[in-house]
Design a protein around this ligand. Structure first.
Ligand SMILES: Cc1ncc(COP(=O)(O)O)c(C=O)c1O
Length: 384
């Protein structure tokens, strides 16, 4: 590819020496996940946008979203012209069926389910609610590439799904994302939508028909080449992550007061995070203080520090945007400044997550586990 100089995923058939890295990347993802269709794009964020648009979700549609996710999921809904409706999560760290049910209105069109922190949602119940209420299920598995539920990859349980390949994910390509689906029409829509409406039929780009409006969400061949190489390593990374997570879990499960996020299918865990619950928010805050004192790094206390929880999203609550969005004209479906989501507050308040690295040695993992447990014991002893 560097020799041909063709870093653009489309066109230039004569010069590219039959090198198509984006296509290879997509084929590798399809093979790994068992997807019928995969479409690589420029980021996980644009992959969510493609997943929404290609499934037909747009202006005025109410979309149920979680209050705990990376902000991109909610942004994708807003910029699609749709209206986010926040619902409760549970100990899976994902939307619960109960939360979804309580948020349904006559205008609800879709659920944007986010599989958080490497795990997965309670899919049987959620699929049942979506079916009962005729809701389109879109899965943002940005943080859960290669996780599965009862043998099916997360991202492939609804109409469309997507993954991020940014710096923090199990596989990275610098910047990139992939949308997946088993629905041929959704795939065709995404293929066209992500490239200014080009049909990609024939080999004369300038003369292609444009069946739909689209925009530029294209991935470059450079990023795709890295994504391809990384995706090939995922089975190895999964094995290591799971080994490391087990060592940490074995150490920490002996500490009174510590529990872990619920994994509806433990065998399908991507094990990219160890998600640890403390008894309550105050105990979690004291634990964070102990980590800081002891120099323990690599943890996320989402409740206060990160850009992943609604408490940090003042711009969404105020609908501050550079320019008018459909939601400004249509009106927000909820009072975003006064949302009542006590379960989500409680769950995220007592959650601390550690990113797991496949490059650690087992000795390093054990040392980390012992450090974490020492800090937790100190934090919990104060009020024992
Ligand atoms: C759940 C989720 N969705 C979407 C994204 C956006 O992905 P990207 O950073 O590749 O745009 C992220 C990134 O952290 C994410 O965690």
């Amino acid at each position: 590819m560097l020799e041909t100089g063709i870093l653009f995923r489309y066109n230039h058939d004569a010069q590219r020496n039959n090198i198509w890295k984006a296509r290879e990347f997509e084929n590798e993802v399809k093979k790994l996940l068992g997807a019928k269709y995969a479409h690589a794009v420029s980021s996980g964020s644009t992959a969510v946008a493609c997943a929404m648009a290609s499934a037909g979700i747009g202006a005025g549609d109410e979309v149920i979203v979680p209050p705990f996710t990376f902000i991109a999921s909610v942004e994708a809904v807003l910029f699609a012209g749709a209206l986010p409706v926040f619902a409760e999560i549970d100990e899976t760290l994902c939307l619960s069926a109960k939360g979804i049910k309580a948020a349904i209105t006559p205008k609800t069109k879709a659920v944007l389910l986010v599989h958080m922190c490497g795990g997965m949602a309670q899919m049987d119940e959620i699929l049942r609610v979506c079916k009962e209420h005729n809701l389109t299920l879109i899965e943002d598995a940005g943080q859960a590439f290669a996780a599965s539920y009862k043998g099916t990859s997360v991202g492939l349980m609804g109409k469309t799904g997507c993954y991020s390949f940014d710096f923090f994910k199990i596989a990275t390509c610098g910047e990139g994302g992939v949308m997946v689906t088993n629905d041929e029409q959704c795939y065709k829509n995404a293929d066209v939508y992500s490239d200014h409406g080009h049909s990609h039929v024939g080999n004369n780009r300038g003369m292609e028909p444009h069946p739909l409006l689209g925009f530029n969400y294209r991935i470059s061949e450079l990023s795709a080449a890295i994504g391809l190489a990384q995706t090939r390593k995922v089975p190895f990374i999964l094995e290591k992550n799971r080994e490391h997570k087990k060592i940490l879990t074995d150490i920490l499960s002996k500490v009174p007061g510590v529990s872990f996020s619920t994994l509806p299918d433990p065998a399908g865990d991507s094990a990219t995070f160890l998600n640890m619950f403390l008894p309550d928010t105050e105990a979690a805050k004291r634990t964070v203080d102990e980590f800081n004192k002891a120099g323990v790094a690599g943890f996320n206390y989402w409740f206060l520090n990160m850009y992943h929880f609604i408490n940090q999203w003042d711009h969404i609550k105020n609908l501050d945007a550079a320019a008018k969005l459909p939601i400004h004209l249509l009106g927000a479906p909820q009072d975003y400044k006064n949302l009542h989501l006590p379960k989500s507050q409680e769950v995220v308040g007592r959650l601390i997550s550690f990113g797991i690295r496949c490059t650690w040695t087992n000795e390093e993992v054990k040392a980390l586990g012992n450090k974490i447990s020492g800090c937790v014991e100190k934090a919990l002893a104060v009020h024992a």
